[in-house]
Design a protein around this ligand. Sequence first.
Ligand code: FES
Length: 134
Amino acid sequence: MEHFQNPRNVGEISNPDGVGTVGNASCGDIMQIFIKVNGNRIIQATFKAFGCGAAIATSSILTERIKGATIDEALKISERISKEILFQLPREKIPCFTLATNALRLAVEEYRCKQVERHQKEEFDSLKRGAQRG
Ligand code: FES
């Protein structure tokens, strides 16, 4: 209730390392989670929600708890929160909560894809420089 009345980490991150956007098909609401990562640690996590109180509160809790965590830790924290919160929510509100966890998963996927692309580009550039030197 406190996180619904006073949500933390609301808004966008400029130039995020990962963004996850998901919708709740049953109500049409949308959730976005933004992450900024440094050295595999989430240094900033925010959310934008067009959703109900349950979606806002759970996103606030999730973004608050994953700050400072590594990517893998953040996914585990998300699972742990799922177990904690799902017991407290009415059954019809469960899809509202899963918006935040699914959006985080997508944000992490985008971050990981960017990491792979960056690594491949560095390797390609290195090979190109080597070939130019002969
Ligand atoms: S009713 Fe739409 S997100 Fe909860």
